[in-house]
Design a protein around this ligand. Sequence first.
Ligand code: NAD
Ligand code: AKB
Length: 324
Amino acid sequence: MTKEMKRVLVTGALGQIGTALLPVLIERFGATNIIASDIKPASAAKLPSELIYENLDVRQADQIAALVRKHQIDTIFHMAAILSASGEKNPHLAWEVNLLGTYNILEVARELELVRVFVPSSIAVFGPETPRENTPQDTILRPRTMYGLTKVTGELLSEYYVHRFGLDVRGCRYPGIISHEALPGGGTTDYAVEIFYEAIKQKKYTCFVRAETRLPMMYMPDCLKATLQLMEADFSRLIHHAGFNVAAMSFSAGELAAEIKKHIPEFECTFEPDYRQKIADTWPSSIDDSAAREEWDWQPDYDLARMTEDMLRVLTARYQQGLL
Ligand code: NAD
Ligand code: AKB
């Protein structure tokens, strides 16, 4: 029987995904049952007023354990991380936050017998030797970034805790996530978000990967749907636990620019690849997510056209109110 989740801690809650996840968790569990945390101060974001906020550095296991005890936490959504581009600038920090942080979360969860933990992974687990098209669930994991390396280890650690200690750990390999609330935090796929803001504000954008760079992407509502659906799936149906491939759409940077141009005809995009091109070149262009579909009924709602329309609608309204 899958145990019930009642009191939830979110780490890295002020990041791109954490910020969008909080309202969904409040809706699902009630505001008084959600504890948001981040290494940044609460003032760094506009949080729902009824929410409990705690400063937490996931590198400090004693801090995590104290918070879990204080708030009688039974479930953790572990979103704290250093992403791929920031990780290449500071590999040591990525190692510490992503590896030690994840290990600490799993250890505290084991010791204090939590009900469930979500540990996200990424398409960054793949590398140049991985099949690039329709990348299988179980395949070669030899990434070339420190971020990817920590994500592979996070997946392996998560599976270890499931099999060795019976801890219920789950996670999926998010593609590049596109959203309109908190800005992305130092990843390679950040261009797919920045392009919308600049298209509306400046009518032009200089993209840091080549036009033909094609990567798997997902709109935030699908990201949140996948996260909650996997966390609420029947444990007995799961063959995999951490690192589920999840797909929604794949497009090149040029195709994204062309899609935006359909709505903003004067929009011009130029392409000037920087150090992030090398990272993007090692990642898949499309993902086979049949394991997620079979084991917990995954299905996305947004494709490129629908996502673009929605992003432009929301951001244009905000721009017109002087809020962008
Ligand atoms: P983000 O960079 O936007 O947010 C991460 C948060 O972690 C930040 O608010 C940061 O302040 C916090 N943080 C950093 N160091 C910390 C520490 N030592 N202790 C506590 N908090 C710390 O990241 P995100 O996009 O929200 O990603 C959430 C998770 O999803 C990460 O595990 C990331 O690897 C994964 N992911 C994200 C994407 C994406 O496109 N956004 C894609 C694949 C996987
Ligand atoms: C990044 O680009 O680092 C993230 C990811 C795909 O993990 N968006």
